[in-house]
Design a protein around this ligand. Structure first.
Ligand code: ATP
Length: 577
């Protein structure tokens, strides 16, 4: 428990002096507020009931003092409102950056399980609520503590029995708060989960909007969204019900307190004159100072609950250790030859799932062009994902140039490997920015050279703004072939010694395929290349073809040798032609 508490408060550290100033201002504001009813009492009791010949002068004097106090109070309050919020916003921004950076380090297996929309909810909504707690929390506690203690002390001196009678109501309020606390906490947590689900649904639906439209499934998506939206509404209704019950029970007790003061106060004026009228007025004025903190307890406890659950959700992610990390003595790879070796490698995505690869051994020589074929789901993509450590093997070892990939610095390892996939992902931005993704340090000239190698330069020059053309979200403004050529240009720029081509041309028409094939051939030159292919016609020329089935690599050899063998490959080939 200590560690999270320490972590919670650690975000104040960079802003400590500003934070203390804000707290001091909050103290001044509350203190000044407490003084006002005393000044009113002084005028009504001591000045107006005393020597009236000097009264006017004293009233002016007290009036002047009030003006000065008003100025002090509002300047302090301005500082609290402005700089207090700023502290909260800065802390929120620090935490958001930390969370995003941490998420970048989490392995793909984490993203396989999590919904993007839910994660977005954690980065935005949860932290927003947390920032409210960070700045309003201490400010409010300071403000209400000063008012409560101050009001109690002053009232005690005015009339002790009446003050104690009022005080007797407070345990009931405390018990009520405890009772509702758990209920509210649960309801708030549920709200967060449900808004996360709504976000996830929106993310899913909007990112697949083309498919939604092509299947004319708008009404299906609306139905799915409405279902999540209704679930969110239900959980909010539940929260409001709990809050309304909480608030109104409080309100009833508070009204009972006021009635007690009016009745017992008036009675003591009539019966034993221990109280006079100005005392009763002062009492009623201060009662609100004592009641207000209790009234706000509801709001403050909600704020606390929301902030704490926001922090717990933040820590849930922050506590996830990136399972794929650099080892303590990770090696930065020098220039490599590109040899790849799998030794007795086994892998499954999750413990309860079947193994995808079992005891697989394989050696690919530097510069070799190897094709990986086999039935769908055999594990071709999985095998390639293990080389850059997108996932770690459960058993066995993988080597690059004789060095175990687990001992290689991750960034240095991934720099050695270029991927060209069928499903190209481009970022919103310009053509230039997207190609530069391959090498952030590349000059414009190098980017243009890479585009030329990828047969992309001509179509880029025909775009309205050439290399500065915006390509839209995920590159929607480009054709499939154009996107593919940009992704190849990116890899040319990266210039890795190992290349993995996963179904890179299977979604293209003949014309685009021809262009892209020629640039891929150029790209593969001098690099160790693994090409995953379904269409066997595209890999006939491969130096070696590996046939992967659920039993592992069952055949390997050249196209002609495998046909002559009349086994799995020959069978697959016969089916396609
Ligand atoms: N992220 C994942 N989480 C869980 N299981 C997965 C994941 N990715 C793939 N699988 C499963 O692992 C097995 C191998 O998948 P993989 O994508 O490697 O096969 P493949 O041979 O490349 O198939 P295809 O030729 O259809 O692309 C499949 O049964 C698949 O369902």
């Amino acid at each position: 428990m200590r560690a999270p508490v320490h972590k919670f408060f650690s975000y104040y550290k960079p802003y400590l002096s500003l934070f203390i100033t804000v707290l001091a201002c909050s103290f001044i504001t509350s203190f000044v507020t407490l003084v006002f009813p005393l000044l009113v009492r002084y005028i009504t009791k001591d000045v107006l009931e005393g020597d009236l010949s000097t009264a006017l002068g004293e009233v002016y004097w007290v009036g002047g003092l009030m003006l000065v106090l008003v100025a002090i109070q509002n300047i302090s309050n301005y500082f609290v409102d402005y700089r207090g919020h700023e502290i909260g916003a800065r802390m929120e921004s620090d935490m958001r950056s930390e969370l995003f950076a941490h998420m970048q380090k989490l392995p793909l297996s984490f993203y396989d399980k999590e919904k993007t929309g839910r994660l977005m909810s954690r980065i935005t909504n949860d932290l927003l609520l947390l920032s409210e707690l960070y700045h309003h929390g201490p400010e409010d506690y300071m403000k209400y503590l000063v008012r409560f203690v101050g009001a109690f002390t002053i009232l005690f001196f005015i009339n002790a029995p009446l003050t104690i009678a009022v005080f007797c109501f407070l345990p009931f309020l405390g018990l009520l708060a405890l009772y509702f606390n758990k209920m509210l906490n649960k309801a708030i947590n549920k709200n967060k989960e449900r808004i996360g689900d709504v976000n996830a649904q929106v993310e899913d639906s909007l990112s697949g909007i083309r498919d939604v439209k092509s299947f004319a499934n708008e009404s299906v998506e609306i139905g799915k969204f409405n279902k999540e939206n209704a679930r969110f509404l239900e959980s909010r209704k539940h929260t409001y019900k709990a809050e309304a019950l909480f608030y109104n029970s409080f309100e009833t007790i508070i009204q009972l307190i006021t009635i007690t003061v009016v009745i017992f106060g008036s009675a003591s004026i009539v019966v034993n004159t221990t109280l006079d009228l100005s005392d009763l007025i002062t009492f009623l004025l201060y009662i609100s100072f004592m009641i207000e903190p209790i009234q706000r307890l509801n709001h403050m406890s909600t704020q606390l609950q929301e902030g704490v659950t926001g922090f717990q959700r933040f820590m849930e992610i922050m506590n996830l250790k990136p399972s794929i990390e650099n080892s303590s003595n990770a090696i930065i790879l020098p220039e490599i030859q590109g040899e790849i070796e799998f030794r007795q490698v086994s892998f499954c995505y999750e413990e309860h799932l079947d193994s995808v690869l079992q005891n697989l051994s394989l050696r690919i020589k530097p510069g070799e062009y190897v094709a990986l074929v086999g039935p769908s789901g055999a594990g071709k993509t999985t095998l390639c994902s293990l080389i850059p450590r997108f996932y770690d093997a459960i058993d066995g070892e993988i080597f690059i140039d004789g060095i175990n990939v687990r001992n290689i610095d991750l960034e240095s390892l991934r720099k050695q490997i270029g991927f060209v996939l069928q499903d190209v992902f481009l970022f919103a931005g310009t053509v230039m920015e997207n190609i530069r993704y391959g090498d952030q340090a590349a000059s414009d000239e190098e980017i243009i050279a890479a585009a030329k190698h990828a047969n992309a330069h001509d179509f880029i020059m025909n775009l309205p703004n050439g290399y500065d053309s915006e390509i839209g979200q995920r590159g929607v403004k480009l054709s499939g072939g154009q996107k593919q050529r940009l992704s190849i240009a990116r890899v040319f720029l990266k210039n890795p010694p190992i290349l993995i081509l996963d179904e890179a041309t299977s979604a293209l028409d003949n014309e685009s395929e021809k262009i892209i094939k020629s640039s891929l051939e150029l790209l593969a030159k001098g690099r160790t290349t693994i090409i995953i292919a379904h269409r066997l016609s595209t890999i006939r020329h491969a130096g070696r073809i590996l046939v992967l089935t659920e039993d592992g690599i069952v055949e390997q050899g050249t196209h002609d040798a495998l046909l002559a063998r009349d086994g799995v490959y020959a069978n697959l080939y016969a089916k396609q032609f």
